[in-house]
Write a protein that binds this ligand. Sequence first.
Ligand code: AMP
Ligand code: ZN
Length: 467
Amino acid sequence: MTVRLYDTMSRAVKEFVPIEEGKAGLYCCGPTVYNFAHIGNLRTFIFEDLLHRTLVKAGYSLTHVMNITDVGHLTGDGDDGEDKMEKSARESGRSVWDIAEYYTKAFFDDEKDLNIIRPDIVCKATDHINDMIEIIKKLEEGGHTYISGGNVYFSIDTIDDYGKLAKLNLDDLKEGARIEVDSNKRNPKDFVLWFTNSKFKDQAMQWPSPWGTGYPGWHIECSAMSSRYLGSHFDIHCGGIDAIPVHHTNEIAQSEAAFDQKPWVNYWCHGEFLLNDKGKMSKSSGEFLTLSLLKEKGYDALDYRYFCLGGHYRSQLKFSFESLDQARSARQTLMRRLAECSRAKADGISEGARHYLDAFYEAMFNDLKAPQALAALWSMMRDSSIPDGEKWLAALEMDSILGLSLEKAQEKEEPQEADSEALSLLEQRSEAKKAKNYALADEIRSRLASMGYKVVDTPKGATLEKL
Ligand code: AMP
Ligand code: ZN
């Protein structure tokens, strides 16, 4: 079955045709490790994981590359503001290197909890400074750069199609020039390739370069690392939609100019935002939710993964704890049903279950329609004509893309919320009996009965039976 993907550049869903038959090269912009990832960031990485799993299922030999941004990402998109890493280090009194190491580890802990497959290559920007310098040299040779105020800039007027990904209207941008803060720029949309003249003279991360000691701009790092591992022309580039107007636009400009390769990337795939009450969840607003916080509140990380699967990656998704509760309850019901199915045996999958598997693949292979894919799984679970053993086998096959660790249903049934409440009441009844408060013990027995449980007193203590 062919995979179809929405390509932001052409604004259309297109059949995925790889550059090299049977292979797929995927580059995903990774986290900026100056703070914990928020659950909005993690939504984007879950979407990329679905793409990874779908491409592998479709039979491609995949090379998935993700960078770690540990230098160069400024607080402002227009080369203004401070390096996010340096700011975090200054505010916390730790070194930038410590900060990078700490938050990189926290990020991969989150990814593991969310059952996100680790990309084949994870690379740090600070390990690829020479690759970046080499590309900047090529751009300089090609006449695409200028030095102003000590920094090296990319001149967007040296190419004729700047802004094509975002369909930017350059005349409008000129209008916006009045608010531009960097007076070194010839065109307000020019961007920094190499900073030698930082406002922050005591910048900890600095490297020698032909243009003086300094540090790279943010955009050049992704051009350098993607080309190092995937070559100067590759299949798919991913990120969140906020990367379209500046970061990915600038990556395209400098890469196509340096590598003399158009298009540089064949498919651009972008994940939509996770929203909270105030709009886009963001780190800079200071109000954001982390996976650790959800776990502290008693959720399983996979409840959040399930919640994300309930929305298509190209639609905005509004987060609320009510919706997360619904996701948790649906996932727990699914695990309980699968635990029952896992006890039945089947030799294989017959036509009935195959029909649902086909519907599942049809949804996932057609632009990663996870909500429809989940619906196919649920329809199968509800179909009484499908033997339980086959449901179990088909669900496990679907899980190679869903990544919900459904195989764990076999090991233990997830307790129902009602069960845990009932167990705690049973405990309270034992305490009441010990304290000879028989009136309270009887009252608790009646409450349990109203919840559908019978208390059975045994020599080893009281247990519950479903009425
Ligand atoms: P950062 O760590 O800030 O570089 O962001 C990591 C990824 O998360 C990038 O691909 C962003 O585009 C993406 N992202 C940022 N905010 C959100 C959000 N609210 N919802 C979904 N993805 C986001
Ligand atoms: Zn990037």
